[in-house]
Ligand binder design. Structure first.
Ligand SMILES: NS(=O)(=O)c1nccs1
Ligand SMILES: [Zn+2]
Length: 261
């Protein structure tokens, strides 16, 4: 998908000083469970992904993106808090150098070792990711927390391909991967709120859908994530790709809704 347009504007210093003008719905945030509001109108999510739309894995110098062909509506997300149909574009992760931290969202301040983001754009309203990324109702991102435990069999195919994209800028062909295998068994229980991309351009275009149930991956699988590099092959000093998460942002009066009571 064309999220490379968005992510290629990355620069390491975006973490801190970059204030988004008028940014009052930034992400990530801490989800305070007792302050979330149960909304019985929230529906179950319907994710229908065609594994054949999987195209490649790309190290963009910030994370590794598994990118999908988003020129048709073959892989879509609807339901949940969404009114429109959203097209799968890519998924990626954020993680720490240690298992003690790494996620972007937290639940009652609890940190997880990593967080999966499955990125979709509103194909009922827009015709390209680049357009949707600038609009309020443009994107829907599913967030799933990762915990260290038993090995995730579905993830292993992706883990085995990662050494081929060790350096920033590398791409490897990657086919037939269904991101649904990375969703928790229960996708009916989630929190949802309006926020932003957590990497540049940080636009406030995202309906966040954060799963209550986490998935488990093994310590060794997470170690392969940490073997990736922020730096390209040409750079003298190689830097491990770790701690690629944004600092938490103020809630600014937003309400986080829950699909469960
Ligand atoms: N980390 S994120 O899912 O908010 C994202 N940033 C840019 C494209 S997708
Ligand atoms: Zn992300």
């Amino acid at each position: 998908c064309s999220s490379r347009y968005v992510l290629s504007q990355m620069h390491p210093m975006w973490q801190g000083p970059l204030a988004v003008p008028g940014g009052d719905r930034q992400s990530p945030i801490d989800i305070v469970v007792r302050k979330s509001v149960f909304d019985p109108a929230l529906k179950p999510l319907t994710a229908e992904y065609d594994p054949h739309t999987c195209q490649q894995i790309w190290n963009n110098g910030y994370s590794f993106l598994v990118e999908y062909d988003d020129t048709t509506d073959k892989s879509t997300l609807k339901g949940g808090p969404l009114k429109d149909k959203f097209r799968l574009c890519q998924f990626h992760f954020h993680w720490g150098e240690s298992n003690a931290w790494g996620s972007e969202h937290t639940v009652d301040r609890r940190l997880f070792p990593a967080e999966l983001h499955i990125v979709h754009w509103n194909s009922d309203k827009y015709s390209l990711f680049e357009e949707a990324v600038m609009e309020d109702n443009g994107l829907a991102v599913i967030g799933v927390f990762l915990k260290v435990g038993k090995r995730h069999e579905g993830l292993q195919k992706l883990v085995d391909a990662l050494p081929a994209v060790r350096h920033k800028g590398s791409v490897v062909e990657f086919n037939r991967f269904d991101p649904a295998c990375l969703l928790p068994s229960n996708t009916d229980d989630y929190w949802t709120y309006h926020g932003s991309l957590t990497t540049p351009p940080l636009t406030e275009a995202v309906t966040w859908i954060v799963m209550k149930q986490h998935i488990e991956v093994s310590h060794d699988q997470l170690a392969v994530f940490r073997s990736l590099l922020f730096t390209s092959a040409e750079e003298e000093v190689q830097k491990s790709m770790v701690n690629n998460f944004r600092v938490q942002q103020p809630l600014r009066g937003r309400t986080v809704r829950s699909s469960f009571s």
